[in-house]
Design a protein around this ligand. Structure first.
Ligand SMILES: Nc1ncnc2c1ncn2[C@@H]1O[C@H](COP(=O)(O)OP(=O)(O)O)[C@@H](O)[C@H]1O
Ligand SMILES: [Mg+2]
Length: 263
């Protein structure tokens, strides 16, 4: 049985899309079948994974109608074992009407993707926009668990974390009783800077071992270079520290699922 994991943080630029694509690719390289659902109408994950001119049906159709079969919205990527349901900028315009239909519309994505994703993929990652709006809540309704990436380079990085935990708890109590926080992952760690040390120490003091991934992701300029080339860091620069830490993160992720603490 597959697991569905939402990647959430209401801040932009904390590494949600980078995490979705690179952890997805690292797991596909370990023989897992992985689906990425781009639930952010900015389409950043989509543009890294599939050429825009091959996309006809996308997540837009899944939200908009019950007619389009999900198989038509799933595309292979340049990476073996990694597939994507892309987004389209038009999806942003659906938010108003979807909001009018809540709470029922919160379940639309869940109802469209869940059975298919669990049956056909080991892991499904949902990339989300940088807010706490409809599409993020819809992702939380569809998922089994949540990974929250947080930035290590800012003293404000812990803002919003409490809100994230409250939202997860709220959705868990209402419509999705199995939803849990899988882990927080600290991104952009630069061991040379005092702020990185302060934030890391504070997080390790605040949270138990089973709340934070042991693996943190270091600051590495190759991430933005890989993004400019439209590639995962593992494909763009397999020997970079960024690629190495994503491989480590995939190992830790698989250990969590294999020893059963994820369920
Ligand atoms: N560990 C890192 N070191 C350096 N740059 C990073 C790192 N992680 C992400 N980035 C870069 O930061 C920018 C924002 O990341 P992104 O994943 O798009 O954030 P989000 O999806 O949360 O808005 C991107 O240009 C990405 O390449
Ligand atoms: Mg993003």
């Amino acid at each position: 049985m597959g697991a569905i994991i939402a990647i959430c943080n209401n801040k932009g630029g904390v590494g949600k899309t980078t995490l979705t694509v690179n952890l997805g690719h690292a797991l596909a390289n370990r023989g897992k079948k992985v689906l990425i659902v781009d639930n952010d109408a900015q389409c950043n994950a989509s543009s890294l994974l599939v050429e825009p001119d091959v996309i006809s049906d996308s997540i837009y159709e899944l939200y908009e109608s019950d007619e389009t079969p999900i198989e038509r919205c799933v595309y292979p990527t340049a990476y073996d074992g990694l597939f994507v349901i892309p987004n389209s900028e038009e999806t942003a315009a659906l938010e108003i009407s979807l909001n009018k239909g809540i709470p029922a519309t919160y379940l639309r994505l869940r109802n469209r993707i869940r059975e298919y994703a669990i049956k056909n993929f080991d892991f499904t990652f949902i990339d989300t926009p940088p807010n706490w709006g409809f599409f993020v809540l819809s992702s939380l309704h569809a998922a089994d668990c949540v990974i929250v990436p947080i930035l290590c380079s800012s003293r404000f990085s812990m803002e919003g974390l409490t809100r994230a935990l409250e939202l997860i708890e709220g959705v868990r109590q209402r419509e999705n009783p199995d939803l849990r926080l899988l882990r927080l992952v600290v991104n952009n760690v630069d061991k040379r800077t005092a702020i990185s040390r302060v934030v890391t120490d504070k997080l390790r003091r605040l949270f138990d071992e089973d709340v934070l991934f042991k693996t943190s992701i270091p600051t590495n300029t190759q991430f933005s270079q890989a993004e400019m080339e439209g590639k995962s860091i593992i494909r763009f620069s397999p020997r970079s520290v960024g690629a190495k830490y994503y491989r480590n993160l995939a190992t830790e992720f698989l250990e969590i699922f294999e020893d059963g603490t994820a369920s």
